[in-house]
Design a protein around this ligand. Structure first.
Ligand code: ACO
Length: 378
């Protein structure tokens, strides 16, 4: 096939089929397998949502129990991994650490290259189950605290917070974190998911696909924005200063982190849920100032930019939410990754199930017919 059109950034190009998430960016709709994201955030659990994404249907009680049991049996890191994490530089950035350690999981797998769908699914489940232990182990190691072994009696959300903090979370914090995991689990062919599918399409391996996706996610135009939002909130003294702060940024044509989206031209439905959650958690944890600053920024941005289709995205209120859950700033993007592994893996399985090598064309815009000039004559 000859190339017929150019789309910088592949905007508007449909490059894959998926049965997992549906997005209507104009109407602000996000569904996982047809179920509205708000409905899932209110009523489902992360584990049930992963089952839904990977099987395209909700599980029965016994199926969900079996899935949770299987996931929990894989929480433990491979032998030697904990020491490996403890030997890493304590100043390392957690996303660089996570990318490297998820990649290293492939070296503990006796058959890392298997790409038949049932085997790839087992590898995906391992990565999903073990990534939280990697993040928690690293964070405790850099604080000179001992490793906390995973507790297979706990949910994905509670187990992570337990391994991080050394104590079980309150039901409110577990629920809040679980909702964040649900909201971030999948989102069409976003940049990191596309990365995962591109890597899978060479029939490389699941570890490489997820590792590449983590590298993509950390960029400030993608999942790294939640950390930039928090830095911005910390920089603004109070809600009364937001108008001036934002106007100065906009006057310099700077982008405001946590706003705008390639697909949503209306309110991101994940931000709608997170706004309510952030408000509640901020009140519960004495962080009202963060919520007030966020809503003051939102008011200015809606006044200035809603006409251009720029609204809060998922990263805007997740910053306040994660802060209230007690997570350190540089763990915000890793939290996004822990959840999105579900989506990346689901897309890798879809890709492997109906593979076609990704190989777009580049339009050559350089010169032709140029004679080679020897070094002495240049
Ligand atoms: N603040 C101010 N203006 C903005 C913003 C913003 N956050 N986002 C877009 N705009 C403006 C641009 O300046 C541009 O204006 P112009 O037409 O006058 O030049 C217009 O809106 C279109 O912006 P693009 O950058 O071309 O839109 P694109 O679809 O490429 O960008 C993106 C999407 C990268 C997310 C962008 O909105 C952005 O940089 N936002 C800030 C970073 C962020 O929050 N990223 C997280 C996205 S969600 C996620 O990945 C999980």
């Amino acid at each position: 096939m000859t190339a017929t059109m150019t789309s910088k950034g592949l905007e508007g190009i449909v490059a894959a089929e998926t049965r997992m998430s549906f997005i209507d960016g104009e109407k602000g709709v996000l569904e996982y397998v047809g179920i509205a994201i708000d409905d899932l955030a209110r009523n489902s659990s992360f584990e049930e949502t992963v089952f839904l994404l990977w099987n395209q249907r909700l599980p029965s009680r016994s199926e969900l129990d079996a899935f949770c049991k299987d996931l929990r049996a894989r929480y433990e890191l491979p032998a030697g991994m904990e020491q490996r994490i403890a030997s890493l530089p304590k100043e390392a950035q957690p996303m660089h650490m996570l990318r490297t350690m998820v990649s290293s999981l492939g070296m503990f797998d006796p058959s890392p290259n298997a790409v038949d769908v049932p085997t790839a699914r087992q590898k995906a489940l391992n990565i999903l189950a073990q990534a939280p232990a990697i993040v928690a182990a690293f964070d405790r190691s850099r604080r000179n605290l001992p490793y906390v072994k995973p507790d297979p009696s706990l949910s994905f959300a509670a187990n992570f917070l337990y391994m991080l903090n050394g104590q079980k979370p309150t039901p409110t914090m577990e629920r809040a974190f679980d909702a964040c995991m649900i909201l971030h689990a999948d989102h069409g062919l976003n940049n990191s998911t596309f990365t995962a599918r591109v890597i899978a399409s060479t029939l490389s391996d699941v570890y490489s696909a997820i590792t590449g996706a983590i590298g993509s996610l950390r960029g400030p135009l993608h999942g790294g924005a939640n950390e930039d939002v928090m830095r911005m909130l910390a920089e603004i003294p109070s809600a009364a200063d937001c108008e001036r702060f934002i106007q100065e940024k906009l006057a310099k044509k700077a982008k405001i982190s946590g706003f705008g989206h390639r697909v949503y031209k209306s309110y991101d439905p994940r931000a709608t849920y997170l706004k309510t959650l952030a408000k509640q958690l901020a009140a519960d944890t004495g962080n009202q100032d963060l919520y007030e600053k966020s809503s003051a920024i939102e008011r200015v941005m809606l006044r200035e930019k809603a006409a251009k289709g720029i609204y809060p995205n998922v990263d805007f209120y997740s910053a306040t939410t994660y802060h209230c859950i007690g997570l350190k700033l540089d763990l915000f993007t890793p939290m996004f990754a822990l959840s999105r592994i579900a989506g990346w893996a689901g897309h890798v399985l879809e890709q492997l199930g109906d593979n076609r090598l990704f190989r777009p064309d580049a339009e050559y815009v350089g010169p032709h017919g140029v004679a080679y000039v020897s070094m002495s004559e240049r």
